[in-house]
Design a protein around this ligand. Sequence first.
Ligand code: FDA
Ligand code: NAP
Length: 431
Amino acid sequence: MRNREHEIYDVVGIGFGPSNLSLAIALEEYAASGPGNEMSAVFFERQSSFGWHRNMLLPSATMQISFLKDLVTFRNPTSSFSFIAFLHASGRLPRFVNNQDFFPTRQEFHQYLEWAQARVADRVVYGSEVTSIRQPSSTATSPDRLLLEVTDATGRAGRVIEARNVVISTGLVPSMPAGTERDERVWHSSEFLEKYRRTDPRELRRVAVAGAGQSAAEITRFLYDDLPHAQVFAAVPSYGYSVADDTPFANQIFDPGAVDDYYFGTEQTRGAFWRYHRNTNYSVVDGDVIRELYRRSYDEDVHGVSRLEFLNLTMVTGVKRVGTETRVSLQSGPDAEVRELNVDVLVCATGYDAMEPTGLLGDLDRFCLRDEAGRYRVERDYRIVTSPESRCGIYLQGGTEHTHGLTSSLLSNIAVRSGEIVDSIVARRTA
Ligand code: FDA
Ligand code: NAP
């Protein structure tokens, strides 16, 4: 990182996943586009090195979007940070094309993200968590500045950074079933591989996975294949996994133009987005994964084996520890009958809540305006609407589903969104 600890930054990014990585590149490319365009920027990331949902980097998991929706291409198709540029640099471009597949593995896409972040790493401070954002004590003297408190990996309260704009991109928040706490035998999917690698596989004779989304299906498939001695239970709230709609017309909701249609639409049109197209992303599974799981289940029938058990119309409603066993309460069937299942591990692939910046904003939150439903009001340029006492830019990358639509938590629009944020910062700087 450049030695700018005591300087005021034009842009401070909180979190360094794909969204803010895309922003760092957009800033870099803007700086290179003309004299005087350089903006000072720093990004804080609490992980010790770059990682994108590392605990779900399962061997055969593939991307859920085309590789062309990378960090840059939709904003700048000639960027040297594209997935194609990465393939070229890795010497794999011809072979990738021979694959004739729009959807690389998550492991390969992770390599791409690592390659890209290495080229902007001088702006990133890893192992650093932003714990609060506040207004300087005298807003009268500096209403256009914010102070950020940053703690290092040891928990030592460290630096206070001044920013003209902050871009919050802290990611999704894991959600557990009500009445369920995480521990060494009850895991959320977001911690799956880390916990799994710490456990002796011989101890895993009966494992259960809760959920009917992509994470649940991938983990069920993985456990079934990796633990040939184990009984695998899949508690799915639906009658069976439903397919993620990625057909061309439905996929248009992820186009950059759909953000305007959503943002400037009516309550009615916004409602239609959700009513018709929630199944492009939530509680749904890629068709190939569904077929692979069904094939395994059918093969068991053929061979008279019963190691994979789907518990349909079933919710996890609680967990307790009994000796070394984990006792899971399951509610299922038309009478909502409750029964118990003893397992060695329960994996809750029960989804995520949206990014929630309220904790970070602390006292500053009172300057941030909300709608009638209590949600942040957000400008089209992703800036929280603030009262006149605060003139800084507080931008959100994530947590804007209510204003900008389904792409808020996804990769589909990060290239364009980052460009729009840079344009907004530039426009406000020169206004
Ligand atoms: P992301 O969560 O990636 O990054 C946020 C970062 O902020 C984290 O690195 C975190 O450590 C850091 N952080 C949090 N609080 C902090 C603080 N206070 N201070 C400092 N750092 C902090 N979408 C899609 O379009 N296509 C896909 O294929 C997939 N695949 C996929 C797989 C899995 C397993 C999941 C769970 C999700 C997806 N997604 C997806 C959706 C996913 O939200 C998306 O891919 C990106 O992770 C969004 O990137 P962000 O940078 O916004 O968040
Ligand atoms: P999700 O789609 O929100 O699915 C969560 C599932 O858990 C739903 O089926 C939900 O049921 C169920 N559930 C909630 N509470 C439950 C309970 N108490 N008992 C049983 N089931 C319960 O979450 P996700 O699968 O983690 O996916 C989140 C995001 O990550 C999506 O964007 C997805 O595409 C992405 N992802 C991508 C990949 C990849 O790229 N390969 C891999 C994994 C995830 P209800 O529907 O009834 O609420």
